[in-house]
Structure formats: C-alpha cells, structure tokens
Design a protein around this ligand. Structure first.
Ligand SMILES: Cc1cc2nc3c(=O)[nH]c(=O)nc-3n(C[C@H](O)[C@H](O)[C@H](O)COP(=O)(O)OP(=O)(O)OC[C@H]3O[C@@H](n4cnc5c(N)ncnc54)[C@H](O)[C@@H]3O)c2cc1C
Length: 289
C-alpha cells in the first residue's frame, strides 16, 4: 500500500528515494491513518502538520499501526488545513526522524506475526519534500491506497479459508467414526461443498475488483469494498466451519485451524470495517452519504 501510494502520487525524486528499498522489501512501510479518536470516521483525524519554512512539524498519535517499530517508512496522514477531509495531507516519515516513537506492542487475539503499536509524533520535523501530492490531497491519497489494501486483505482471507478447507478435506478422509472415514458422510461432504463454493465466489469477485482497479474503472471503489466485505466474511466462516469439522482437535493449537480463525477475524475490522464497506457500496447505489 505504502509503495503504491508513493509510486502513484510521489515526485520522481520521492519515487527514486523510497521505492527501490520498499519494492525489494528491504524496507517495510506502515500506513498511518487511524487515531485513538478517529477510526471509521478517519476524516476526523487530529494529527497536525504545521508549516515552518521549508519544513513541516508533525504532532499527534496514530493508533493500531501494523508493523510499527519494525517498519522504516511511515506514511502519515496529518492535518494541514481546516476540519474535514480536504484539510488532510500525506507525509513520508522515517523511523530515524527525531520525535518519532512507538507505543507498546498490543496484545492481540491473532495477527501475532507482526507488531501493532501506536505511532507517536512529538513535533517530528520533516522537510517539505516529504509531502506526497499537494496540501489537502492526503485524504484522497489515503482512500485510493485503501482500495488496493482491501484487495490484499480479501486475498489473505481467501488464502486462510482455502488452507482451512484443504486441511478439513484431508482430516475427514483420515478420521474414522461409525466404521467409516467421516468423508463418506454426505452431510459433511455437503459442508465441504458449501465452503468451496463460498471461496470460489469470493475469488471471482476479488479478481473482478482487481481487474476493475487496474483498468481505472469508475466502479472500482465499490467493487473493492464488495470484495473485501464478501471475502473476509467467507474466509472467516469457512475457517470456523473447518474448526467444527475437526471436532475437538480443531480447538487445539497443534492443528493450526484455531490460528486461522483468530487471524481472519480481524479482517472484518481493518482496512475499514465491513459496516463501512456497506456504507461505500450503498453510496454507490444511492449517491447518498
Ligand atoms: C490488528 C489491527 C491492525 C490495524 N492496522 C492499521 C494500520 O496499519 N493503519 C491504520 O491506519 N489503521 C489500522 N487499524 C485500524 C483499523 O482500520 C480500525 O480499527 C478500523 O477502521 C475501525 O476503527 P475503530 O477501531 O476506531 O472502530 P470505530 O470506528 O469506533 O467503530 C466501532 C464499531 O462501529 C461501527 N461503525 C462506525 N461507524 C459506523 C457507521 N457510520 N455506520 C455503521 N457502523 C459504524 C464499526 O463498523 C464498528 O463495528 C488496525 C486495526 C487492527 C485491529
């Protein structure tokens, strides 16, 4: 997401400076929009960037930032103007910039392969050429970045769901009860068929949304929201079904299914909650806010 935003909205100098290491993954990037008092209503963010000559001085706190502390590059949305989305600008902040610090690593239900921390900006002074786009473009840039981010989260849900389905199919083939492998029970075969169908539908919608985003289709934002909403619900439901099909063993850490359930749960919340996806989809239908 961060690399895409720099690539799409950065100057040639910014692209040359930040992209090689981000694209080779030598450097990780974190996307910093959410704040303690501004989650779904991200345009209410309060972090401020005050212009001071040829620098900006950024002060505020970002909440729930994935990769914080491990990443070197922080794409921070901060207010340079009045309230509302048109007063927001986007900045590239580096981990070594004086005044940047991080909160404690949050203890989470899942997603434990990466840290989630507050990003604390205490009068972080950055050169003016760290601003992406013009003043006031930041919210639009952040929302465009989220389209691709939502496809990524949808794809992660699909992958988790697929792994859970494959594990369930194998498990039911091995596990015997009532004198026969469980896979022979039609009720359970139908469950597997339902799980596979949900995932295939999610995959098709995800590919459709990805193609629309690549093509610059005016409906891309709605399609990305639909794909995120559908795939994250489908992936989580399939993983939960897989746990059930493993019986008591599904509840044990050893079998790996409970981890998939825990990891996929948050996909319905981040990159915009699924309720916010419904708002976006409905706005596309009705034009109303
Ligand atoms: C593990 C993790 C990693 C994250 N990583 C990042 C990151 O890297 N960068 C980043 O910027 N953010 C990140 N987030 C933040 C995430 O995007 C927000 O948590 C999310 O957008 C919801 O905001 P909130 O938690 O403040 O919930 P709130 O906005 O307080 O919402 C609470 C509930 O109300 C519902 N709701 C709110 N408004 C409406 C409405 N108008 N209509 C209907 N329902 C509504 C929501 O759907 C939700 O169910 C992360 C979160 C988590 C948990």
């Amino acid at each position: 997401m961060v690399a895409w935003m720099v690539d799409r909205y950065g100057s040639d100098e910014q692209r040359a400076r930040w992209l090689p290491d981000l694209c080779s993954a030598q450097t990780l990037g974190s996307y910093c929009l959410t704040e303690p008092g501004a989650g779904s209503d991200a345009a209410a963010l309060g972090t401020r960037a005050e212009r001071d000559g040829d620098h900006y001085v950024i002060t505020g706190t970002k909440q729930f930032i994935s990769g914080a502390g491990a990443s070197e590059v922080y794409l921070v949305m901060a207010r340079t103007g009045d309230t509302g989305s048109s007063g927001v600008s986007a900045f590239v902040v580096h981990r070594d910039d004086p005044g940047l610090s991080f909160g404690a690593n949050e203890t989470k239900m899942g997603w434990n392969a990466q840290p989630t921390r507050q990003v604390i900006l205490d009068a972080v002074r950055v050169p003016a050429d760290r601003r992406l786009g013009e003043e006031g473009d930041g919210f639009r840039i952040a929302m465009h970045g989220l389209n691709g981010g939502r496809l990524g989260i949808a794809a992660c849900s699909l992958g988790g769901g697929r792994a859970a389905l494959e594990a369930s199919t194998a498990y039911l083939g091995d596990r015997e009860a009532f004198g026969s492998p469980l896979i022979n029970a039609q009720a359970l075969r139908f469950r597997l068929a339902g799980m596979a169908t949900e995932l295939e539908a999610a995959r098709s919608l995800l590919w459709r949304a990805a193609a629309a985003l690549d093509a610059g289709d005016p409906e891309a934002q709605q399609l990305c929201a639909m794909a995120k909403r559908f795939a994250t619900e489908a992936g989580y439901t399939v993983a939960d079904e897989a746990l059930q099909l493993h019986g008591g063993y599904g509840y044990l850490t050893e079998y790996g299914i409970e981890k998939i359930v825990r990891d996929l749960r948050v996909h319905r919340i981040l990159e915009g909650t699924n309720e916010i996806m419904s708002l976006i989809i409905a706005r596309g239908l009705t034009g109303a806010a």
